[in-house]
Write a new protein. Structure first.
Length: 180
């Protein structure tokens, strides 16, 4: 039969006429959407991509890497003026509890509460400060040395009715032998 006898057959024929065209359309129908999706993702996430190379040599990165981890403060152990006064240590370390009476701490200037403590003597009060007592945690080994904490003990005791003398700085040799 000839095509001339069936003219309606041409009207129903699609754009794909050969098997080669069919394979091309099938591949394009899978590959083209994947490529479009990848391009959309790249377009949306374009700003978050780092630039090529490394930023390790920028001034900010170098500064971050070489900044000090900790600080060391060196003082002349024989220079009493380089140490904090009792009032400065009290304001920095002790006032949180002893100015308000928090956690049962005797308030600065309360002679009734400080009286029994003062009677035990300077050494006993300093030991309580260094090792801790009751709700007060040990203060030794913190921001202030034993000499500065001793000054704070004398400051608080004297503000609360005692007549203690300012502690004297021990010579380095005497301090080493006292530690043994």
């Amino acid at each position: 039969m000839s095509d001339a006898l069936h003219p309606e057959h041409d009207a129903h024929e699609g754009p794909i006429r050969t098997p080669k065209q069919l394979v091309a359309v099938l591949v394009a129908s899978f590959v083209l959407p994947v490529v479009i999706i990848i391009m959309l993702i790249n377009f949306v996430a374009w700003d978050t991509k780092p630039a090529a190379g490394s930023d390790g040599l920028t001034p900010e990165a170098v500064t971050r890497r070489i900044q000090p981890v900790g600080m060391s403060e060196y003082r002349d152990p024989t220079d009493v003026k380089s140490f904090k006064t009792g009032e400065q240590v009290f304001q920095a370390q002790c006032s949180a509890c002893h100015a308000t009476g928090a956690a049962g701490a005797p308030k600065l200037g309360d002679e009734a509460l400080w009286g029994p403590r003062i009677k035990t003597g300077y050494e006993a009060m300093l030991t309580s400060v260094l090792k801790g007592k009751g709700n007060m945690p040990p203060q030794g080994g913190g921001d202030f040395g034993d000499f500065e904490l001793g000054r704070a003990v004398v400051y608080m005791a004297n503000k609360s009715g005692a007549k203690l003398e300012e502690p004297k700085m021990q010579a380095p040799a005497a301090a080493a032998s006292a530690a043994k």
